[in-house]
Design a protein around this ligand. Structure first.
Ligand SMILES: C[S@@+](CC[C@H](N)C(=O)[O-])C[C@H]1O[C@@H](n2cnc3c(N)ncnc32)[C@H](O)[C@@H]1O
Length: 277
C-alpha cells in the first residue's frame, strides 16, 4: 500500500491498490474492527499483532499497566514475580516487561490463540523470553493454579467482567468477531473475578497486590465477597476511576461500561482456596 510522504500532496493509485482498499472497506462494512483489518495496534510503547478472535486491547488497560508500574517503583526487591491472568494478546504482560527489567511474568490464558499471540508479540517486540512464561490454562473452581509452585508479588488481570445478561447489547464489532469468552463474566459479570480473588489469596506473598480491571458496579460486590470470606486475607485498598468513568451513569453503552480498577492487598497468610458466595 503506498503512503504519502511529507512532500507529496497526492499519489495516483494503481488498480491493484484500489482493489486492495476496496477489500479493506468491505471488511469494515461487515463491521470487522479496524484493529483486525490492519492486523496490528499500538498499546503503550508496543506494537501488537492483533488476530481474531483474540480480545483487542483497550486504551483504558494502559492505565492499569501504569498503576502496576507505579506500585513497583517503591519496592526494593529485585526480580519481582508477576502473574497476568487472562493475558489475551499479551498487552499487559509485555508492556510491564518492556517498562521494567527487574520483573518476570507468568501470562495465563485459557485460549490457545491468545497464548500463541502473546508469544508472537513477545518476539515481535523484542521482549526477553527468559523473563516471560506463557501458560495455557483455564482458571476454574478446581484449578486455581495450585500446581504452580510459586507465589507472586503482584497479580494483575483484565478478566471477562461483562454481566452475561448484557452481552447481547454489545456492538456488532465485538459480538461478531471477538471471543465472547473474553468478555462474558457470567452472573453479574463477577464469576471470573471471584475465582481470581480466591486464587490470589493463595498465590500472593504477604503484602502482595492484586490489580483488577472491573465494572463500576463491582466494588460493592468485592467488598461483600471479602466480608463473607475473611479467611482469604485480602483487603480492598483502592479503587481508581479511569479517564472515561467519571460520567458513568450505570447503564451499558455499546462497548460495555467504562471500567475501573480495584487494588487489593494480601494482609495476612491464608490457606483458603474455596469461597462462600
Ligand atoms: C478481557 S480479555 C483481556 C485480554 C488482555 N489481558 C487485555 O487486556 O487486552 C480476557 C481474556 O481472558 C481469557 N479468559 C477468560 N476466562 C478465562 C479463564 N477462566 N481462565 C483463563 N483465561 C480466561 C480470555 O481467553 C481472554 O483472552
Amino acid at each position: 500500500m503506498p503512503y504519502l510522504t511529507y512532500n507529496q500532496l497526492e499519489i495516483v493509485l494503481n488498480n491493484d491498490t484500489i482493489t486492495e482498499i476496496d477489500k479493506l472497506c468491505e471488511l469494515r462494512l461487515k463491521r470487522m474492527p479496524i484493529q483486525y483489518i490492519i492486523g496490528e495496534w499500538p498499546f503503550r510503547d508496543l506494537n501488537l499483532k492483533i488476530k481474531p478472535p483474540v480480545f483487542i486491547p483497550r486504551p483504558e488497560t494502559e492505565e492499569l499497566v501504569e498503576l502496576v508500574l507505579k506500585s513497583i517503583e517503591p519496592m526494593s526487591k529485585t526480580d519481582l514475580k508477576i502473574a497476568d491472568i487472562c493475558c489475551g494478546s499479551g498487552a499487559i504482560s509485555l508492556a510491564l516487561l518492556k517498562a521494567n527489567n527487574k520483573i518476570s511474568v507468568i501470562a495465563v490464558d485459557r485460549s490457545n490463540e491468545a497464548c500463541d499471540l502473546t508469544k508472537l508479540n513477545a518476539q515481535l517486540n523484542y521482549i526477553d523470553n527468559k523473563r516471560l512464561e506463557v501458560l495455557l490454562c483455564e482458571i476454574n473452581e478446581s484449578n486455581l493454579l495450585e500446581n504452580i509452585n510459586q507465589t507472586f508479588d503482584i497479580i494483575v488481570s483484565n478478566p471477562p467482567y461483562i454481566p452475561q445478561t448484557e452481552i447481547s447489547q454489545l456492538q456488532p464489532e465485538i459480538l461478531l468477531y471477538e471471543d465472547i469468552r473474553a468478555l462474558d463474566g457470567g452472573l453479574n459479570g463477577f464469576e471470573t473475578i471471584k475465582l481470581i480473588i480466591t486464587m490470589s489469596s493463595n498465590k500472593l506473598v504477604t503484602n502482595g497486590l492484586l490489580f483488577l480491571e472491573i465494572d463500576p458496579r463491582h466494588p460493592q460486590l468485592i467488598e461483600d465477597f471479602l466480608k463473607k470470606n475473611t479467611l482469604l486475607g485480602l483487603e480492598l485498598s483502592q479503587i481508581y476511576k479511569d479517564f472515561c468513568t467519571t460520567n458513568y451513569q450505570g447503564s451499558v453503552i455499546n462497548d460495555g461500561p467504562s471500567p475501573i480498577i480495584a487494588q487489593m492487598k494480601k494482609e495476612k497468610y491464608s490457606m483458603s482456596n474455596s469461597f462462600n458466595t
